[in-house]
Design a protein around this ligand. Structure first.
Ligand SMILES: [Zn+2]
Length: 1175
């Protein structure tokens, strides 16, 4: 059935009619079973029940009654869908999705939502649907998709009533994804919103503090935690966990004074935490670690013992107990404790390592090697390289030992295999007596200060969560409950109580699916179902679900296989594979320690997906002879998922809607139309606008380029004389979208540009105290990017920022050059001692490991905007042809009307070999101009604009933010993905023109300076890409440095446009803004809000919201306080409304008269091409 744009009430009405019909049929006596039906009153109460109520249902007085009603509604809808063979209105599925979501039946909710999605082409207009879908994805830890769905909601409806909940969840997900900047931004956006959400503001503040801690910003974290403790009526559980974090941080970090002081602080905090919450095994464990580190063995053991009794984090606890025993010279007890640890968590690298050390100390290198190998296999292993070396060393030793000596030796400890199956004596956990004696005997040993290599941060993340292995183990033990040996039974008991405790703990600071007021007992059943999914999640819940194979074990290899299959199928279909990021889920488990869903994430989302999507296909697709499982086709179900998932990700939208006649109508008509719609308050200012679908990154161009075309030659122009530089076709060549980059060779020479004005020597002479931003970077091998340990190639390219002066950087640059000369000389003398061959072969001997890397410094973003300070330099640049000049009539950035540093002003870069500018597109996809001053060369890597979506995908896969993070593409990845990369050397005097939207990254080969700025040619392509990025930035919550609305109005005022395409786009933008201003203005006035005339000064910059950083045009919402102080803290309408529902804390300032805007709009017309404005 075609999807109609029916509203939900209409859909319900249709449903009602159908039912009447069926009832009539029934009455006529065809003996059919009675279809359940809803009364009119029930239908009325169902109206408006959608995803937005999620988490808040229980707060309503009629919560329980509503749930009963929802259950009935689901039943009715389902039977009707079955009756109609799936041929019902699409909204029907959406509503069914909402009902199931509210009932927390996530798999059925997802199923129904997917169905709606596939039927409704403009699904993206439905914010409640997107929100519901996002919640379901979030529940399944499918963060990649949850993020997209939530971003879409805020894009199509920035004033969405659950925006706070969305920001909170985005904050949590970005935190898990290690995109801390975005995470912080969303937490802050959640905090300013005064609407209710599932976490209280102190809990959000806790997450912010913990975010600092995760980022190793310990002082900020400490400050934030301490501030939280000042909060009046701080809930006990929050207080306990804040104190716990503070204690642990003091133990690990040098936040206060000497070692004794910091341990005293740590112990105090942890004790206070335990006063608040004595049941926290985690706090007991930390306390044990503190006691252990100051030599209070007895106290340490008691604390560990407490921790185990509270049954939490026991792999770490056992490991620490092992360390204690080992230090007390009780190797057998240590062994058993370590074995406990690694049996609980097979991937516990530290325990494996300690166990290896133990074996080594007992002269059992064979067992030690096995343990070290296990440690290196673990994901959490932080020093693989050291271990690898140790293993090698031991292996060599092992081989050299005479066989007899190995055999004759009496082993001190059982082998690892024996130990693994050894029952762990129960008295191990109550060894207090033994410890006492040990302590007396072993105090010397204790003082020897054996260190254990813990990485505090990783450790901490590790201890607070359940790994998949741990859950799998629990499931396994549960399944074999009746056949367990004593050790296993002990372990099961421990795991069970830990699991229960963890669930309790999660009720504290988790993100419940329902509001926190809900008692934990009501939530218990769903948790249980999830952790025991093998027992059939949906049994008997609805007729069409029964009998479906739902018996996927947790984390089974089956579901992994399934994941892979789905990837392959997608590839075969010729679509870009967007595999469900399995890493995301694991990361979630590893990092989502402070909130929920650890239990829920344990269920394999894919298997559930499979279930419900399968269910959906039942509505329409009959079986066609494929393998049958429980009466249903497996193949079919899998295919349907592939299709659905692909659709969710790949429906692409036109970025700028096609122009309609309406833009040519004059402003009077536009405004008249505006007036006739929606006078019902402030909330619907968006309804009026033609909604644009949320922007999407482009999919990889099709068909893929053949491999031999992946290294295209770089478009280069060799200039012979000055006339060449001013030859008009040069401009056209550069701005031609087919040329992502153009190198203009020898430009400085033919124009006789004095590059010496930008040399380090002159810079020091002219402005030696001028500020330089410094990036401290690792000197990487050319074109490659390795992790700091040199073990693997990565995309992340971190560099720390600091500041210095030109004089100081110049000194560094010079001394770096001197040093390199010296090294060169030394190498030459050394070469005399070795043969040439040898030195070459040692460099290229296929050794995969790199590093350690030298640290270098790059001077960036040196601001040359000040015309007084840099008069000669800036004047020299006016010799350039107009189209590359910093200021010209044909440069959009010259029409912004104010300075955007580094864009319409010059910036300087000072480099040493290896200095890098990581991958990026320019702000708002503007073009850029870069001249190498020399004396050294630079190497450029360039990828055409239409591949940015592919690079964005790579960034996401590597947990990087395409727009905000620093990344250096792995060329092998790009080659694999058929992404063409232009590579070239920029010599002194060469000008590089980066066309609109081109992705590029640069490294210095020699010592050199560069100057650069942006340019916006007056072309349709430039404008389109700038607007697209403006919208994408909005979706991504990133500030658009170029205010495209402000710029478009200035264009209409200042520029005669003769290109019809460019004209249409600008005019459309003006129209949209005009409508927006008018509607908002009238709504404000209608609600009794005064709009105060403010005007604007001549070079006043465009306004941005101080909260969400979107551009605010014309109507500025300024806090009362800042207005009276004249500091004007500007908000956008949405943010103003979130922080103050009736805008009572805000004044509205108006910057333009409507008549003025109307006049500009009407006078902006297409001019004949002869009077083209491009210069
Ligand atoms: Zn805002």
């Amino acid at each position: 059935m075609k999807s109609g744009g029916l509203s939900l009430p209409t859909a319900t009405a249709t449903f009602h009619d159908d039912e009447n019909k069926m009832a009539a049929e029934k009455a006529s006596g065809d003996g059919e079973e009675l279809t359940p039906s809803l009364t009119i009153k029930e239908k009325e109460s169902l109206d408006g029940l959608d995803s937005r109520l999620f988490g808040f249902l229980s707060l309503r007085d009629d919560g329980d009654r509503t749930k009963t009603l929802l259950g009935k509604a689901v039943h009715c809808y389902e039977s009707l869908i079955v009756k109609a063979e799936g041929k019902v209105e699409s909204d029907f599925f959406c509503q069914l999705g909402h009902f199931n979501l509210l009932l927390e039946d996530y798999s059925k909710a997802l199923s129904a939502y997917q169905r709606y999605y596939s039927l409704q082409s403009d699904y993206w207009k439905n914010a409640a649907f997107l929100y519901g879908l996002g919640l379901v994805y979030f529940y399944y830890n499918a963060f990649h998709w949850a993020i997209k769905a939530f971003q879409d909601v805020l894009y199509v409806d920035p004033s969405f009533c659950r925006a706070k909940e969305i920001h909170l969840r985005l904050g949590l997900m970005f935190k898990v994804n290690t995109d801390y900047e975005s995470s912080l931004k969303h937490f802050r956006l959640a905090l300013i919103d005064c609407n209710p959400c599932t976490l209280s503001s102190v809990e959000i503040q806790f997450h912010i503090a913990h975010l600092y801690e995760t980022q190793r910003k310990y002082h900020s974290a400490k400050e934030a935690y301490e501030q939280l403790l000042q909060t009046e009526n701080l809930p006990v559980q929050v207080k306990a966990i804040v104190l716990q974090q503070l204690g642990w941080m003091h133990h690990n970090m040098d936040l206060v004074g000497d070692r004794t002081t910091k341990e005293r602080y740590a112990i105090q905090y942890l004790q206070k935490s335990l006063e608040e919450d004595p049941s926290s095994g985690q706090s007991w464990y930390y306390l044990g670690r503190c006691y252990s580190s100051i030599g209070k063995v007895q106290d340490a053991f008691i604390s560990y013992r407490q921790s185990i009794d509270k049954s939490e984090a026991s792999a770490d606890t056992w490991c620490s107990i092992g360390v204690l025993y080992q230090q007390q010279n009780q190797p057998m007890d240590a062994l058993q404790a370590y074995i406990c640890a690694v049996q609980l968590d097979h991937g516990h690298a530290v325990a494996w390592m300690d166990l290896g050390t133990l074996y080594e100390s007992c002269s059992q290198p064979g067992d030690a090697i096995k343990c070290y190998l296990n440690a290196t296999r673990s994901k959490s292993c932080s020093n693989t390289s050291t271990l690898a070396a140790r293993i090698k060393f031991l292996q060599a030793q092992f081989c050299n030992l005479p066989q007899s000596s190995l055999q004759n030796k009496t082993k001190l400890l059982p082998s690892i295999e024996e130990a693994w199956s050894l029952p762990i004596p129960a008295e191990l956990t109550s060894r207090q007596g033994a410890m006492n004696t040990a302590q007396q005997n072993g105090s010397d040993y204790w003082n020897s200060g054996q260190t254990v290599s813990y990485n505090p941060v990783e450790q901490q993340i590790h201890t607070q969560c359940w790994t998949p292995q741990k859950l799998q183990q629990l499931e396994h033990l549960r399944a074999n409950k009746d056949n367990l040996n004593p050790t296993q039974r002990l372990m099961l008991d421990q795991l069970e109580s830990q699991f229960a405790l963890m669930q309790q703990q999660q009720n504290i600071l988790n993100l419940p699916h329902n509001c926190k007021n809900q008692t934990s007992s009501t939530r218990e059943p769903s948790r249980k179902q999830l952790s025991n999914s093998a027992q059939g999640l949906h049994k008997g819940q609805s007729s069409y679900l029964t009998g479906f194979n739902n018996e996927q074990p947790l984390f089974s290899t089956e579901s992994n296989k399934y994941l892979q299959t789905s990837k392959i199928v997608k590839n075969q279909n010729g679509h870009r594979s967007l595999p469900k990021n399995s890493a995301t889920q694991e990361d979630a488990l590893n990092h989502l320690s402070l909130h929920s869903h650890i239990a829920t994430s344990a269920t394999s989302p894919m298997s559930t997906d499979q279930t419900n999507i399968h269910t959906v296909t039942n509505f329409s697709s009959p079986p066609n002879g494929l393998p049958i499982i429980n009466g249903e086709e497996l193949e079919n179900s899998q295919k349907s998922i592939n299709v659905d998932l692909r659709r969710v990700n790949h429906k692409s939208h036109p970025q700028i809607p096609s122009m309609s006649v309406s833009i040519y109508s004059n402003s009077a008509e536009v405004l008249k139309a505006c007036r006739n719609v929606g006078k019902n308050g402030l909330s619907n200012s968006h309804i009026l606008l033609d909604k644009c679908p949320p922007p999407r990154p482009p999919t990889s161009p099709y068909p893929p380029l053949p491999k031999e075309k992946l290294n295209p030659p770089t478009p280069s122009i060799y200039l012979e004389n000055k006339r060449d530089a001013f030859f008009p076709p040069l401009h056209q060549f550069c701005t031609n979208p087919k040329n992502p980059v153009t190198v203009i060779r020898g430009l400085a020479g033919v124009l006789k540009l004095d590059l010496g004005l930008f040399s380090t020597k002159t810079l020091v002479e002219v402005n030696n105290e001028h500020m330089v931003e410094v990036r401290t970077q690792l000197l990487q091998p050319a074109e490659e990017n390795w992790d700091p340990t040199g073990t693997k190639k990565i995309w992340r390219y971190e560099s720390n920022s600091s500041h210095t002066t030109i004089a100081k950087y110049a000194q560094y640059q010079a001394s770096s050059f001197q040093e390199s000369l010296r090294e060169e000389n030394e190498r030459k003398t050394q070469l005399k001692d070795y043969s040439d061959n040898e030195s070459i072969s040692s460099e290229n001997s296929g050794m995969k490991r790199k590093g350690p890397f030298k640290i270098i410094k790059s001077g960036i973003n040196i601001d040359l905007s000040d015309n007084k300070k840099w008069k000669l330099q800036l004047h020299e640049l006016t010799k350039l042809p107009a189209f590359v000049r910093v200021v010209s009539a044909g440069n959009l950035l010259s029409h912004v009307g104010y300075t955007i540093l580094g864009m319409n002003t010059v910036q300087l870069y000072m480099k040493v070999p290896g200095s890098r500018i990581p991958g990026h597109q320019e702000n708002n996809n503007f073009c850029s101009v870069n001249i190498n001053i020399g004396p050294g060369d630079c190497e450029w890597f360039v990828v055409p604009e239409d591949y940015w979506g592919v690079l964005n995908d790579f960034c996401e896969k590597n947990n990087l933010n395409f727009l905000m993070s620093s990344w250096w593409p792995n060329l092998e990845d790009l080659y694999q993905a058929n992404v063409p990369v232009y590579r070239f050397i920029q010599r002194p005097g060469d000008l590089v023109w980066i066309n609109a939207g081109t992705v590029h990254w640069v490294q210095a080969i020699g010592w050199c300076n560069n100057i650069a700025w942006n340019v916006g040619p007056l072309t349709a392509c430039q404008y389109k890409l700038a607007v697209e990025r403006y919208e994408w930035n909005k979706l991504q919550n990133v500030k658009s440095v170029v205010p495209m609305v402000h710029l478009s109005w200035n264009m209409a005022r200042n520029i005669k446009v003769s290109d019809p395409k460019l004209f249409e786009m600008v005019k459309y933008c003006l129209l949209k803004v005009l409508k927006q201003c008018q509607t908002l203005r009238e709504a404000l006035l209608a609600s009794g809000k005064e709009v105060l005339w403010h005007g604007r000064s001549k070079k006043e910059p465009a306004s941005y919201c101080s909260i969400c950083e979107v551009e605010v045009f014309n109507l500025l919402f300024v806090t009362n306080e800042s207005n009276s102080k004249k500091t004007y803290e500007i908000h956008c309408h949405d943010c103003a409304q979130k922080s103050s529902r009736n805008l009572e804390n805000f004044v509205v300032l108006e910057q333009y008269k409507m008549e003025d805007l109307i006049q500009v709009y009407d006078q902006f017309t297409l001019v004949p091409s002869l009077s083209s404005s491009s210069s």
